[in-house]
Design a protein around this ligand. Sequence first.
Ligand code: RNT
Ligand code: ZN
Length: 423
Amino acid sequence: MGTSTRSIEQSYKLARERYAALGVDTDKAIRTLARIPVSIHCWQGDDVGGFENAGQELGGGLAVTGNYPGKARTPDELRADFEQAISLIPGRHRFNLHACYAETGRKKVERDELSAAQFRHWIAWAKAIGLGLDFNQTCFAHPKAADGMTLSHRNKGIRQFWIEHGIRCREIGAAIGKALGNTCLTNLWIPDGMKDTPADRQGPRERLAESLDAVFQKKINPKFNVDSVEPKLFGIGSESYVVGSHEFYLGYAVSRKILLTLDAGHYHPTEGIADKISSVMLYLPEIALHVSRGVRWDSDHVVTLTDELAAIAQEIVWGGHLGRVRIGLDYFDASINRVAAWVIGTRNMIKALLLALLSPIARLKALEAEGDFTSRLALMEDAKVLPFGTVWDYYCAKQGAPVGDSWLAEVKRYEQTVLSQRH
Ligand code: RNT
Ligand code: ZN
């Protein structure tokens, strides 16, 4: 087998030389990579179900397909599944919670009544295993969002309900950040939109801006919580109009000095988010990403190592934006083992970052500055077949994570012993 520690190290030494000849320091790349957290979304673990038992369907234009057995049914199961997943992923990462994952015990706590109390188990767990937490308002799968409108609703009472939810979520985010000594990102996405051509595109946007101002009015120490807003182009049932469009939220985030979340599935099918990063970084102190993979629509497929993913990582790394981009994942596939889905998507995100860190970017930029575009293209293409996999294996081994596909046997074992017992 080619995965013994000795052969990994020997191969790595050769790869290191190969990269060094192009001015790339592989040891440094690995050190940098180990410090980049990926915020892994809780909702892959249970098909965006949450634990409210509201009996409400997902809605909001979100759709999870598949019925692979063994999904987490309780917070404890979700935590156990996630611990299994992160044991197979190199590096130290974060866990991204949604408000609907509140633990309310026997009683019902409405979304406009939530507080950190319903998240104390999550916080204690995160603290115990050294995990950073992020948070999200849940403005879907709820009777008050049943007509697809929330913060931009024409009914004032409904707007007020979601405003209160938004405020409480930010407070929960702050409590999380304070308790963990690690800034929480609270991300706001709402489904608001229309299936068919609206007669009034302006009114809902005016109401949304007003509602958002109410949500973000209270100053919260940015050491504990920072806020982000997430635009979208269309959804199921909101094909013709989405109130919180890209232009809407870009303007909002810039003018209010909050973060913008770029979700890779939220644009036209061939429109990537990679090229947006260098522009928005000029005007925003920080941004957040929902790395996803849309297939024909915002289908939220498991992230694979595509050109688009590589380009996203390049823009973050080559642009010098590490530290100002909060990388998160957003996908939900219920047709395969959910722990594997977490592992595959997250390992791919990390691979893409490593690829970007291992690019001969200094040389490429120098060639570009000299106007030698021929050599730039030649080097970019040759760089694609450098021994990246060898460095990746070495990184996994060094981090104590499984090398190659050996993680899969672990997931299969977990499926046999744990997941398959859930009926
Ligand atoms: C929906 C957004 C949003 C959700 C999660 C569950 O289109 O991408 O981020 O996927 O909040
Ligand atoms: Zn998203």
